[in-house]
Each structure stands twice: as structure tokens, then as C-alpha cells.
Design a protein around this ligand. Structure first.
Ligand code: UD1
Ligand code: UDP
Length: 364
């Protein structure tokens, strides 16, 4: 039994780390890296730290417009599928790499397993929303992280092959948080940055809505960060770096500490140590929730609605006033946390068992 897995962007390496480990005793996995993310600290660091098998193929697609990037991935993945003749294609999440993997396989009648199926923002302007809807509709297995995702799929008429696996990101947080805590080298991150636990806020920014309109949104966000009582540490995504540096250079913000993107172990330490997270990332909203750190999501909607219960995650419009208001005045209600909407931390094993058990495959 052979599975081809397509990954390409940072959060997919993190998800693959736990699923690949669960697949290892059950089947042959051929890992394909599209090359969507390629900087050392956006790619290689995760393979090293999280002991992900070295990809058998790297398409080296790199950055570009959506059409060029996705098109080059499709061409490269199709070639590999002709060669490898896998039984299953496995994809994660909602990036251009996800769509390319799912589409290339589906056209060749290779069944597709979609991990993190059924998420919806109901904002079709997001490239991620387009990628996830298209991928879900051509998938054979739809592994949903939550019951909400199952309901979202049902609204679109998708019920066959749908199951609640739980969220593989919970598996990875539970496993690697311990690994990070026990690593004295990684724990030096607080000292290196000059921050004390619970005396700083952590932010990340990379969505198209935040970055594509020029400097405006970043300046409104940074104007708010500047007025917060604790320093805001930002491991800056390469997409946002130039805008952020320019804003700091011209406006002289003093409360913002830009740092290079960090590896996952350091990121878990930075997240658990923060008094608040401010982000437009999908994965980080959940990690904040898993580690009981209040979160302000810098977007007008979230796919991860469960995190909003009890005020653990609140949405802020991209205005200085709203970000400040939400950052300063939202107090989560500790008693209002649901049991565990994201599963039991064993999603990866469930997915691996389902995909590798040919007798139980959903009917095509
Ligand atoms: C992509 C995903 C997004 C996901 C994010 C995770 C799509 C459409 N978007 O967004 O869903 O949340 O990854 O981080 O697939 N760049 C570098 N070095 C790198 C990678 C990117 O410099 O290693 C810069 C390039 O200027 C590039 C820009 O970042 O043009 C954007 O990269 P891209 O992969 O297109 O989109 P992300 O914003 O990373
Ligand atoms: N992350 C990381 N280093 C960083 C920033 C983020 O390891 O400097 C991790 C973060 O902990 C989460 C994942 O990257 O697990 C989220 O990825 P990202 O925000 O790029 O994408 P999204 O989840 O929004 O698709």
C-alpha cells in the first residue's frame, strides 16, 4: 500500500510530522514537497526539528502568482503520480499545495484523503477558502477536525467519506510541547529575546487581507500594538517582512520586536509564555486555545469558531481602535471552555488506520 503525501507550506510540515509517524508502521509513504515555502526557517527547520522524513521529491516551485504556482505544482505532481502509481493521495489544509495535490490525483482517479476537511470562513475572496472547498469536493476521505466541519460539509451535500478524526495540530502540540520544554537550548529563547513569561504579547501576520493593500493595514495594526502595555514580539512571515520593516523605520515604533520566523519548538515556547496572542494565522489561533492563552484574531471571520466560546478568541477589525479595545478589554471565561472540541490528541493514528485499511475504504 503506497501513499503519496503532498506538503509545501509551514503548517503542513507541522501536521505531517505527526501523521507521517503514524503512517510509518502501516504503509509506504512518499513525501512530495512542492517548494512553496523554501527559506531555511520556513521549511528545513521543521524537517530537522520534528524528524519528518526527508521528502523523496522537491518540486522547487517557489513563490509566484496563484495560477503559476498551482499550475507548476500540478505538472510536477502529475509526473510523480505516473511514476509512483500510489493507492492514495494525502493532502493537508488549504494552501495552493493542497489543491494541486488533490486535483492532480483526482484527475487520475487516485483517491484523495483530505486532512482538515470541512473548514469554512464563508469568505470566497480568501485563496484558502477556494482551495479548501475545491479540495473537499474531490476528496474520498474527509477527515474533519471538529463537528462544525462535518456540519459545514453536510450543508454542501458532502456526507460520504466524512469522519471526525480530531485535529492533528492538537496531536502535534501535545507531543512537541513536552519536547520543547525539555530542551534547554530552545528554552533560551526567552533570555535571547529579553522577555519574561507572561510579560509580552506574541503576534503573527501573513494573510492577504493584512498584507496586500500596501502599508495601511500594517500601520493600523502597529499603531495599536504600540499602545499596549506589554511588548509585542512578532516572528515575521517573509511575506510581511518588508512592509513591517518599512513601517517601523518610518514611524519609529518602540513597543514592537520583529524577529525572524522561529522553529516550531521555539514557537510553542513563545506561545505558551505569552500573556496574549494577536494573529491572522489559522494554526496559531488553535495553538493559543490548546495552551489556554487568550487570542485576538485580526480578521473579520474565523474558521475555528470553537475557540471563540467564553471569549478565549475574539475577532478584531483591522482598525487601531478595535484592536486596542479587544486586546485590552477581553477577559476569557475559564469556566466556559468546552470539553475538547478538537479531539483526544490521537487524530493522526485514526487517520493512518482509516487510510491504510483498504477493506473499510469509502465506496467511490
Ligand atoms: C501560504 C498559504 C496560506 C498559509 C501560509 C502558511 C496559499 C494560497 N497560502 O501563504 O494559506 O496560511 O502559506 O504560512 O497557499 N516567501 C519567502 N520565503 C518562503 C516562503 C514565502 O520569501 O520560504 C515570501 C514570498 O515573497 C512569497 C510570499 O512570501 O511571494 C507569500 O508566500 P506564499 O507561499 O505564496 O503564501 P503565504 O502567504 O506563505
Ligand atoms: N509557526 C512557527 N514559527 C513561526 C510562526 C509560526 O513554527 O515563526 C507555526 C505555528 O506555531 C503554527 C503554524 O506555524 O503551528 C502556523 O502557520 P502559519 O501561521 O504560517 O499558517 P496558517 O496556520 O495560518 O495556515
Amino acid at each position: 500500500m503506497k501513499i503519496v503525501t503532498v506538503v509545501g507550506a509551514r503548517p503542513q510540515f507541522i501536521k505531517a510530522s505527526v501523521v507521517s509517524a503514524a503512517l510509518k508502521p502501516l504503509c509506504t509513504e512518499v513525501l512530495v514537497h512542492t517548494g512553496q515555502h523554501y527559506d531555511q526557517n520556513m521549511s528545513e527547520v521543521f524537517f530537522e526539528e520534528l524528524q519528518i522524513p526527508h521528502p523523496a521529491y522537491n518540486l522547487g516551485v517557489g513563490s509566484g502568482t496563484h495560477g503559476r504556482q498551482t499550475g507548476e505544482m500540478l505538472i510536477g505532481i502529475e509526473k510523480i503520480l505516473f511514476e509512483e502509481k500510489p493507492d492514495v493521495m494525502l493532502v493537508y489544509g488549504d494552501t495552493n499545495s493542497t489543491l494541486a495535490g488533490a486535483l492532480a490525483a483526482s484527475k487520475l482517479h487516485i483517491p484523495v484523503a483530505h486532512v482538515e476537511a470541512g473548514l469554512r470562513s464563508y469568505n470566497m475572496r480568501m485563496p484558502e477558502e477556494q482551495n479548501r472547498i475545491l479540495s473537499d469536493h474531490i476528496s474520498t476521505w474527509l477527515f474533519c477536525p471538529t463537528q462544525t466541519a462535518v456540519k459545514n460539509l453536510a450543508k454542501e451535500g458532502i456526507t460520504k467519506g466524512v469522519s471526525v478524526s480530531g485535529d492533528v495540530m492538537l496531536d502535534s502540540v501535545l507531543h512537541f510541547r513536552e519536547v520543547a520544554r525539555q530542551n534547554p537550548e530552545k528554552r533560551k529563547i526567552y533570555e535571547q529575546l529579553g522577555i519574561a513569561p507572561k510579560a509580552y504579547r506574541l503576534a503573527t501576520l501573513h494573510r492577504a487581507e493584512t498584507t496586500d493593500g500596501g502599508e495601511d493595514a500594517i500601520v493600523r495594526i502597529f499603531d495599536a500594538f504600540e499602545q499596549l502595555p506589554q511588548r509585542v514580539v512578532i516572528p515575521i512571515h517573509p511575506r510581511t517582512r518588508a512592509l513591517a520593516e518599512e513601517a517601523i523605520r518610518t514611524r519609529g515604533y518602540r513597543n514592537i520586536q520583529l524577529i525572524d520566523p522561529v522553529g516550531y519548538l521555539e514557537m510553542l515556547l513563545l506561545t505558551s509564555g505569552a500573556c496574549q496572542v494577536l494573529t491572522d494565522s489559522g494554526g496559531l489561533q488553535k495553538e493559543a486555545w490548546f495552551m489556554e492563552v487568550p487570542c485576538v484574531t485580526l480578521r473579520s471571520e474565523t474558521e475555528w469558531v470553537e475557540t471563540m466560546e467564553g471569549g478565549w478568541n475574539v475577532l478584531a477589525k483591522l482598525t487601531t481602535a478595535d484592536i486596542l479595545d479587544k486586546a485590552l478589554h477581553t477577559v476569557p471565561n475559564a469556566a466556559a471552555r468546552q470539553a475538547q472540541p478538537f479531539g483526544d490528541g490521537h487524530a493522526s493514528e485514526k487517520i493512518a488506520r482509516a487510510v491504510c485499511n483498504e477493506k473499510e475504504w469509502p465506496k467511490q
